[in-house]
Design a protein around this ligand. Sequence first.
Ligand SMILES: C[S@@+](CC[C@H](N)C(=O)[O-])C[C@H]1O[C@@H](n2cnc3c(N)ncnc32)[C@H](O)[C@@H]1O
Length: 479
Amino acid sequence: MSLPSVTVIINNRDLLDWPRRMVERLERMPGVAEIVILDNGSTYRPLLAWYRTIAHRVEFLDNLGHMAPWTSGVLDTIGHDLYVVTDPDLDISMLPDDTIVHLAGLLQRHPQLGKIGLSLVTDGVPPASPYYQHVTQREHIGQTRTTGPEGLIAMPVDTTFAIHDRRVLREYRVGGMRTPAPYQARHEPWHVVTPEGDFAYYLDHVEGRSSSYRDFTRYVRSDSVRGLYLAYAQEAGRKVSTKWDSYLDVYEECFQPFKRHAVDLLEIGVQNGGSLEIWSRYFPYARSLTGCDINPRCGALKYDDARVRVIVGNANEPGAFQEILTRSPQGFDLIIDDGSHRTHDVISSFLSYFPLLKPGGIYIAEDMHCAYWEAYGGGVLNDRSAAAFFRRLMDTVNADHFREADAGSLFQAFVPREQMNGFLCANPILSVAAHDSMYIVRKASAARPRGLGREIIVGDVAIADDRVLATRDRMQQAA
Ligand SMILES: C[S@@+](CC[C@H](N)C(=O)[O-])C[C@H]1O[C@@H](n2cnc3c(N)ncnc32)[C@H](O)[C@@H]1O
């Protein structure tokens, strides 16, 4: 029997170790006449260096995702009609040498199946793997699976290692059947508990179309707030920080746009100093990270990073305020109030420090569950609580539309009306968001001031009310 000639197409992005081992195995497999790697815009340098050392064709594409073998046009350029498409994340080391010959024979005998792929070993997935449930409940090849001709398993194949004939199938299709043991591969990511190396890099650089598992795993970017907290927890001798789990994602959402900028950050209430250290890691380009704490013991906090400094004092007294201002006369991009959480302090701090926020900056008041507790001067029905203050602040976002009162009059329980009107005029608020125990106040930026902006009327057919067209015409004339 003559050997088939099969082209193997490996669709890759940013993975190195797994596809390298796969290529090494394929090079020793009879029937593999050609190996083509489709690279989907990888940036992982060791991978790009490896490509330069191999004797196989590498096609550098934009990130076309899992359908690249069918959408890139590569099928017109390969040397053989029989082709295998595979993801790069399979361990095929245990495959028998005649796998390609066997797959080619099966497809020849059962062309109606369209494609025939390897089944996947489901044993040995560690319970700590994020895939454990999925694999044990959905991927397991149990008694219930029906079989097809020659013992093939009636389990459709997607982009797992599968053979096709380009004269029959030239498009992405989930279908066909899978081979039983010993023609089985191991799906590597199922066995990973903590992504490292190229897999961690891959996950950090996933783009929407290319990942079948980013949302599926519990993987967190190592440079995210959560990732940094997790990593910090593993290090011995680190300063303590205490945060509620849900805060980490809110911080990520707020801070991410500032991550690569030369930010000035202020944290009121540093306690044992851990959070300030984590912020210094989160913002590699930060200009200054200033902490303030009333506790004199915080004077002993030492940081190797010269950008970090702790000022000891009551943030709501002129001495500490002045020192903070001197430390960062240009103002702050980000201010976190994690101080006493008492109503009086929370409001005083906001009124003192929000003016120091740069346009476009974010002010975060943390642990605001205290605003609902009497012991902290709060209560859900208490009109003088910090929660009531932030609720009124939320209303001021719509101050342009008030008819019967001005914004300052909302705050009479806290601040004289005129004073508050002056405050809001000098410190325009873009938005106020409430999360569980957190208020996020954004200052309007010069580039995107608050307000509705111009009215946009598009379209020219108005069957219900054509007055809008007259408005549009007036606006066009005025422009
Ligand atoms: C919840 S702890 C801060 C925790 C820290 N941010 C963290 O994430 O680990 C609150 C801290 O605020 C400090 N504090 C309370 N009132 C303050 C005030 N008026 N000015 C400055 N610090 C204050 C306390 O001494 C305490 O260390």
